[in-house]
Design a protein around this ligand. Structure first.
Ligand code: DGT
Ligand code: CA
Ligand code: CA
Ligand code: ZN
Length: 577
C-alpha cells in the first residue's frame, strides 16, 4: 500500500468525523488525523516498509501516536480500516460525493444535510436553484452561485482521467499486449495521442495474427473488471478504476487509416474527410478510396500525402488551423522532449521538496541537462514550509556550495516567491536581487474578483526581479478552475516587460493550458517549461509540459529552456543595476 492511499483513507476518516460530529472529542480527533495525513503524504519512505521492518517504529514519525500507528498497521496488513468502514455505514456515498465540489468542505456538507435534508449533488443543485442555500448561516446569493458553478465543473470532469494516469495505464496495457505472441504492433490513439490534459477512454490499436486469441488474452489482464463488448475487431472493457479501454484489432493494410481515424479529433477528421471528398476521394477508418479502390491506408503519412498535405503531428489535430497551415507548408516545427536542456522550477528539502540540491542536480545531469534553477518557496506559503529571509539567504549559500560537489551543470539559485494579496512580493528587493532568477506565483487568495486578480498580477510583473510567472492561472486539473483574471491584459504586460510565462509540466497543473500556450504563441511570446519537481523522479513530468507546449504550437526557438545557459540568461529581462 502506498503512502498516498493511507493518506487518502485518513483524509476521509477526518471528513467523516467532521460530518458526523459524533462524540465530544470529534474536533480534537479530526485535527490529529489531518496532521497525520499531511505527515504521511510527504513522508520520504513507504510506511508499508516501516511496518514490515521489525527494527523500525511508525511512532517515530512526527504526528503519529500509538493509536494511529496501530491504524496504519491495520490498513497495510488488511487493506482496510474497521473504524473507517463503520463510519462509512453511517453516511450515504452520495452525500460524501459533495466533498468533490470546489468550496464544499465537510462542515458545509453537514450543514446542507442537517438543515435541508440534502443527500446528493442532485439535491444540492435543486436547493441552490430554488434559492434555499443563501438563507443558511455563512451562505449568500454569491456562494449559492458558486455552488452551481462547482456542480457544473464537477459534471464536466466526471468520468475523465488525468493525462498521467492515462499514459501510465496505456503503457502498462501496451506492454502486456506486446508480450503476447500473436501481437505485432500496439499504439495508443485518441485524445491520449493528441496529448489532451484529460482523457475520457483509452483507444488502443493492435495488429497481429490471431484477433480472437488476442482478445481472449487481453481480457485476462488483472486490471480488467468488466467486459463491455467483445467481437471480431473490437474489445471494450472497464478497468478496476472505472477507466474504459477500447482495443481495436486491425489489419496491417488499413493500420494507418485506423490510426488516423481513431486519433481524432473528431473535428479534425470531419475537416479532413471534407477535403478528401473535394479531391474526389472517400476517407474512412479502412483507408483512402478512389471509387472502390484503396489508394492509401498502411501509414498515416501516405494518407496525408495523397491529400496533398505533409503529415500533421497529432497534438495539432484539433481543427484549429492546422490543415490550412499544412496546406501552405507552414506547419510549426514543434518542440521536442530531446530539445530540453534544463529545468527552472524545483523544490528541495529546504521547503517542501524531498531531496537535496545535490540530489536534484545529479538527477538533472543524468538527463543531460545543462542547468537547473532551484526555487524553494517563500515564507507566505507556510503549508509548504516556505523560507523566511534568513533561511532564504542560507539556501542561496547551500545552493552555491552544491556547485562544488556537482560539476558540469549550472546550479542557479532562485526562489518561487509568493505574489501577496496586493501584488507585492513576499521578499524585499534587497533579497530578490541576490537570486540568479525569481519565479513569482500566486498560492493564496485565489477566489478574489477578476479585476482585483488582474491588478495583482500586473503589479507583480512590474517588479523588475520577477523573471518568470509561475503556473499563471492557478488551476488544478479536475480539481480547481483557473482563477478569474484578464488573460489578454496580463499576457500583454508580460510581453511588454519581458516576463516569461511558465508552462508548469506537473500533470496536476499543466498551467498554462494548451489554449493559453497557443494564445502566447500567437502573440509571439516565449515560454519556459518547468516541472515544479519536488523529488528527482518528478523531472519525468517534462514530457507532459512538452506535449502541452506542442498543443500550443510552440517550436524549439519559443521555449527558453531549450537554449544554452548563456542564451537562456540573456533571454531573461535584465535586473536593475
Ligand atoms: P476522449 O476519449 O473523450 O478523451 O476523446 P477521444 O478523442 O479519444 O474520443 P473517442 O475515444 O470518443 O474516439 C476516438 C477517436 O475516434 C476520436 O478522436 C475521433 C474518432 N471518432 C470517434 N467518433 C467519431 C465520429 O463520430 N466521427 C468522426 N469523424 N470521428 C470519430
Ligand atoms: Ca478516447
Ligand atoms: Ca474510445
Ligand atoms: Zn507554486
Amino acid at each position: 500500500m502506498e503512502n498516498s492511499e493511507i493518506a487518502a483513507v485518513f483524509e476521509e476518516v477526518s471528513n467523516l468525523m467532521k460530518i458526523l460530529q459524533e462524540d465530544s472529542k470529534w474536533q480534537f480527533k479530526a485535527v490529529a488525523y489531518d496532521r497525520a495525513r499531511r505527515a504521511i503524504e510527504s513522508y520520504p519512505e513507504r510506511l508499508e516498509d516501516i511496518v514490515h521492518d521489525p527494527d523500525r517504529k511508525l511512532t517515530d514519525i512526527p504526528g503519529i501516536g500509538a493509536d494511529l500507528a496501530q491504524k496504519i498497521k491495520e490498513l497495510v496488513e488488511t487493506g482496510r480500516l474497521e473504524y473507517h468502514q463503520a463510519q462509512l455505514k453511517k453516511v450515504p456515498r452520495s452525500l460524501l460525493e459533495l466533498l468533490q465540489l470546489q468550496t464544499v468542505g465537510p462542515q458545509k456538507v453537514r450543514l446542507f444535510n442537517q438543515e435541508l435534508g440534502v443527500q446528493s449533488i442532485e439535491d444540492l443543485e435543486r436547493a441552490a436553484k430554488e434559492g434555499r442555500l443563501r438563507e443558511l448561516p455563512g451562505m449568500s446569493a454569491k456562494s449559492e452561485q458558486n455552488i452551481l458553478k462547482a456542480i457544473e465543473t464537477f459534471r464536466r470532469a466526471a468520468g475523465r482521467f488525468r493525462l498521467d494516469a492515462a499514459y501510465e495505464t496505456a503503457e502498462e496495457l501496451s506492454d502486456y499486449l506486446r508480450n503476447s505472441k500473436w501481437v505485432e504492433q500496439v499504439t495508443a490513439a485518441g485524445s491520449l495521442r493528441r496529448g489532451r490534459e484529460t482523457v475520457g477512454d483509452l483507444d488502443l490499436l493492435v495488429t497481429g495474427s490471431d484477433h480472437g486469441a488476442i482478445a481472449d488474452y487481453f481480457v485476462k489482464h488483472s486490471r480488467v473488471a468488466q467486459i463491455l463488448a467483445k467481437g471480431e475487431d473490437k474489445v471494450s472493457v472497464k478497468l478496476e478504476n472505472d477507466m474504459q479501454v477500447d482495443v481495436r484489432l486491425l489489419e496491417a493494410e488499413s493500420y494507418g487509416a485506423a490510426l488516423q481515424y481513431f486519433t481524432g479529433s473528431k473535428e479534425h477528421n470531419v475537416a479532413l474527410r471534407a477535403r478528401a471528398q473535394k479531391l474526389g476521394f472517400k476517407l474512412s477508418e479502412y483507408g483512402l478510396f478512389k471509387g472502390e479502390k484503396s489508394v492509401a491506408g498502411r501509414t498515416e503519412e501516405e494518407i496525408y500525402q495523397k491529400l496533398g498535405l505533409p503529415w500533421i503531428p497529432p497534438e495539432l489535430r484539433e481543427n484549429m488551423g492546422e490543415i490550412e497551415a499544412a496546406e501552405k507548408g507552414r506547419l510549426p516545427h514543434l518542440v521536442e522532449l530531446s530539445d530540453i536542456r534544463g529545468d527552472l522550477q524545483m523544490h528541495t528539502h529546504a521547503s517542501d521538496g524531498h531531496a537535496s540540491v545535490e540530489q536534484m542536480a545529479a538527477a538533472a545531469k543524468k538527463l543531460g541537462y545543462r542547468y537547473i534553477l532551484i526555487t524553494d518557496h517563500s515564507k507566505a506559503v507556510t503549508v509548504a514550509n516556505g523560507l523566511d529571509e534568513k533561511r532564504a539567504v542560507e539556501n542561496i549559500r547551500r545552493i552555491k556550495a552544491a556547485r562544488e560537489k556537482v560539476k558540469d551543470i549550472e546550479i542557479w539559485a532562485g526562489a518561487e516567491v509568493d505574489i501577496l494579496g496586493d501584488g507585492s512580493m513576499d521578499y524585499p528587493d534587497s533579497l530578490l536581487k541576490q537570486f540568479d532568477a525569481v519565479v513569482a506565483s500566486v498560492h493564496s487568495r485565489m477566489t478574489r474578483p477578476g479585476e482585483e486578480m488582474t491588478q495583482r498580477l500586473l503589479k507583480a510583473l512590474e517588479n523588475p526581479y520577477v523573471k518568470i510567472l509561475g503556473h499563471p492561472t492557478g488551476r488544478q486539473i479536475l480539481r480547481r478552475d483557473p482563477f478569474n483574471f484578464d488573460v489578454e491584459k496580463v499576457f500583454d504586460a508580460a510581453r511588454r516587460l519581458g516576463v516569461i510565462l511558465e508552462v508548469n509540466a506537473s500533470p496536476e497543473r499543466l498551467d498554462l493550458c494548451d489554449r493559453h500556450v497557443k494564445l502566447a504563441h500567437d502573440k509571439g511570446m516565449k515560454v519556459v517549461i518547468s516541472t515544479d519537481a519536488h523529488r528527482p523522479e518528478h523531472f519525468a513530468f517534462m514530457r507532459y509540459g512538452v506535449i502541452t507546449a506542442r498543443r500550443g504550437w510552440m517550436e524549439k526557438k519559443d521555449v527558453i529552456n531549450t537554449f544554452t545557459p548563456q542564451k537562456l540568461l540573456a533571454s531573461l529581462r535584465p535586473s536593475p543595476e
